[in-house]
Design a protein around this ligand. Structure first.
Ligand code: KG4
Ligand code: ZN
Length: 326
């Protein structure tokens, strides 16, 4: 079964072609224009998607060697995300579905992240835990089977990716902050500015960084920037890992998937590899290119929907606040 996936929920315009659980192509354009604004500007994102979408879809099809007439279903993100941005992808998918008479499948972006770990898998073993760490979400789900998900843990304030983005902004670095902090933290002392009692609140962690910067002179901050970044990054990663292990022990589920933009962090991946060395745990992370937003993961979620006969029709709407269980 060939699926064309389309993703436009935020600032990546992406299209992908899959065959069962194999990815044949994945074309993603990061809208760099937002960098200068320090975050994603919704109106600009919609216009960029409009400009890019047909070129990106065409490129993904060409790259896969699959003709549009061979496509069995079009899977498109219809939430959560920015309304105008989502509408561009959904309307494009609807037009293509109507013109070529191809079935349409609306996909939840977070389910896309969840299923990004299914790429190349022959068989899915349920249940498993999924730690979802993106710019807007930090959650641990117990995935019992397709469409049977139980939320076990959630952030009480900011998401992990948001903590990276806001921390980077405080340190004078551009958006998105995750890769910037990771670069800066290389060789930094992870203990020199280790977080305080606020360890389990990302918003609290960001506030302690704010006061560290405010209460010290600029020279001291500049001299210690890489240590600050390293300690800040370490606190976020340790928080995520501690919670994940705690929930794993509590539920006795040791098959774990981690997904979302934050697992693109190399230090995070190294720490996970160390835990994985213990035979008890079986922790999987997606290939680097499928961590941040992409349409390959939308193909994977679309595939699960198609094999479960869960199709949409041309009245498919966008839902900026779509929940995982909807
Ligand atoms: O999954 P994603 O692309 O978009 C959402 O669905 O939100 O995640 C984006 C988030 C941003 O907050 C970004 O700073 C973070 O993932 N991120 C990283 C890294 N690369 C992206 N965080 C830490 N280290 C990275 N290397
Ligand atoms: Zn995402």
């Amino acid at each position: 079964m060939y699926i064309l996936g389309i993703e436009s929920s935020c600032d990546e315009t992406s299209a992908s072609v899959s065959h069962h659980r194999k990815i044949l192509s994945n074309t993603t354009v990061n809208q760099l224009v937002h960098k200068e604004y320090g975050g994603v500007v919704p109106e600009i994102a919609s216009r960029e998607h409009l400009d890019l979408i047909s070129k990106v879809v065409e490129h993904a099809l060409l790259d896969s060697g699959v003709k549009i007439d061979q496509i069995d279903a079009i899977a498109v993100t219809n939430g959560p995300g920015l309304k105008g941005a989502l509408m561009v992808g959904v309307n494009f998918a609807k037009g293509l579905s109507m013109a070529k008479n191809i079935p349409l499948v609306g996909v939840n972006h977070m389910e896309g992240h969840l299923f990004s770990n299914f790429i190349d898998l022959k068989e899915i073993r349920y249940p498993f835990l999924c730690l979802l760490v993106s710019g807007g979400h930090t959650q641990i789900w117990n995935v019992k089977k397709y469409k049977d998900y139980q939320l076990l843990s959630n952030t009480i304030d900011d998401a992990a990716g948001e903590a990276f983005d806001k921390g980077a902004r405080l340190l004078g670095m551009p958006y998105p902050g995750g890769p910037e902090i990771e670069k800066l933290a290389k060789g930094g002392d992870i203990n020199k500015f280790k977080g305080s009692e606020n360890n389990f609140s990302f918003s609290g962690l960001k506030t302690s960084l704010y006061y560290l910067i405010k209460n010290n002179d600029q020279e001291m901050i500049n001299d210690n920037k890489k240590h600050i970044a390293a300690s800040y990054q370490e606190t976020i990663l340790e928080t995520l890992i501690q919670k994940m292990i705690f929930i794993s022990e509590k539920t006795k589920v040791y098959d774990i998937f981690i997904s979302g933009g934050v697992i693109a962090n190399t230090r995070f991946r190294d720490k996970i590899a160390q835990i994985n060395a213990k035979p008890k745990y079986n922790i999987n992370c997606p290939n680097m290119k499928y961590c941040t937003d992409n349409a390959a993961m939308i193909c994977m979620a679309g595939y699960e929907k198609v094999i479960n006969r869960n199709f949409s029709n041309l009245s498919l709407e966008v839902y900026p606040n779509l929940l995982m269980n909807q």
